[in-house]
Each structure stands twice: as C-alpha cells, then as structure tokens.
Design a protein around this ligand. Structure first.
Ligand SMILES: O=C(CO)[C@@H](O)[C@@H](O)COP(=O)(O)O
Length: 231
C-alpha cells in the first residue's frame, strides 16, 4: 500500500542528514495521502542508514498504525494534528537543527530581517508559548500540535504563507505541499536562524526589514503575479 508515498517520504527523510539538519536520529519527515486518509512517517529511533522505503510506517488520521513492522515516529501525533488543522499541507518535517533550536530554547521568534527569509516566509517565524504541566503530562505530542495551531490562530498567521514554527524549548516544525518542500523549508529556516543570530549580534536593537521589501520578495515568488524563476 502507498508505495510511491513511502518512497517519497523515505527520500525526503534522507535529505535531512544530507543537508546537515540531523544529529543521531533527531528528526522526522512525513507525507499524507489526503484522498485515502493515510500518513506515511519515519519509524522512531531508527538510524538514517537503516531507513528504507519499506520500513516507513503508515498511520491513519487518528495516528493509529495501519501498516509497518516498526513503531512510527514519537512525533506522529503532532504531525496528525497539523495535517488536520492545515488543510493544504502535504508534508511535515521536524528536526533539532541547532540554530533553529537556539531560537526555540530562547523563546524567540525569528524576525524577518532580510530577503532570504522573505522569499519563503511572509513575516516572522513564530515561537509557541511554553507548554503547561497538564499538556506535558497528558497527550504531550498531540498537545504540541495544538499549541502550534493555537499560535497561528491567535497571531492570525496564515500557515500557507509562513510554513514553519519554533516549538518553545524544543525545536522547529516546517511543512509544505510535499515532503520534499517541507524539507526545503526546514533548510531555509535553519539558514535564516543562523544569519539572524549573527545579525542580532551586529545590531541588537533594530533588524526588522521593511514591509515593502518583505512584500516584494514574498509576492514576487508566491503572489498571483509571481515572476521569479521559469514558467
Ligand atoms: O524530540 C525528539 C526526542 O526528544 C524527537 O523529535 C526526535 O528524537 C525524533 O524522534 P523519532 O525518531 O522521530 O521518534
């Protein structure tokens, strides 16, 4: 079942170590078949060299395993919540990439400081609030998803325009219209976290880019009159 999606998700997982986003087994990619209501995700705690299309795990939209010998990623319930809430996304990535984690642990957004970020994220990459004791104790991974969704709702951020978040004290989640595009956004997020950290050292007081330049760069790639790249 879902052979093509398993291969796609496997290949997207393998892009994480290739792009230096992974230490040990600290990360995961999933993809969704929305027509049939199935999610394919990396197995939990398995070394990247041991992964294969065949050992990807299939779960339903309740996070229940429907195919696979191995346990699904420990973050499966977070992925499920995000797929349910953000109806356009088709791939999700979680990593512990160090620059993104640095902002998450500091409880700070990554502000939109320049065009590298503006090409992919239409504004700041938000950080969630800290999780409460009861959220940590009961259905922690599902509650992690809920706290992400709450952040986007409360701050009126469109997840199609800002395809990533920092979970406070934890790390980044990104998404996209395929598993590979979610990885692409994870790479961009890590690079802009590093650049922004350095920018903040040079100018600690004022680094936000102008709204005009943010609009120009985001919309020339993603607006209805987008013209960046080839047709
Ligand atoms: O945050 C954690 C573990 O604390 C996980 O995201 C990370 O190690 C990846 O776990 P999985 O191998 O996907 O279960």
């Amino acid at each position: 079942m879902l052979g093509d999606l398993k291969r796609e998700v496997y290949e997207a997982n393998m892009l994480l170590p290739k792009n230096n986003l992974i230490t040990f087994t600290w990360g995961n990619v999933s993809g969704i078949d929305r027509e049939n209501g199935y999610i394919v995700i990396k197995p939990s705690g398995v070394e990247y060299e041991q992964l294969s299309p065949e050992n990807m795990v299939v779960v339903d939209l309740e996070g229940k395993k429907v195919e696979g010998d191995l346990n699904p990623s420990s973050d499966t319930a977070t992925h499920v919540e995000l797929y349910k809430a953000f109806s356009n996304i088709k791939g999700i990535v979680h990593t512990h990439s160090p620059w993104a984690v640095s902002f998450a642990q500091a409880g700070r957004d990554i502000p939109a400081a320049g065009t590298t970020q503006a090409d992919y994220f239409y504004g700041s990459i938000p950080v969630t609030r800290q999780m409460k004791k009861e959220e940590i104790e009961d259905e922690y991974e599902k509650q992690t998803g809920s706290v992400i969704i709450e952040t986007f709702k409360k701050r009126q951020i469109n997840p199609n325009q800002v395809p990533g978040v920092l979970v406070n004290d934890h790390g980044p989640f990104t998404w996209g219209d395929s598993p590979a595009s979610a990885v692409y956004h994870a790479v961009v997020l890590e690079r802009v976290a590093e650049m922004t950290y350095h920018t903040m050292q040079i100018n600690p007081t004022s680094i936000e880019m102008s709204q005009d330049l943010l609009d120009k760069h985001y919309l020339r790639k993603h607006g209805k009159n987008a013209y960046y790249g080839q047709k």
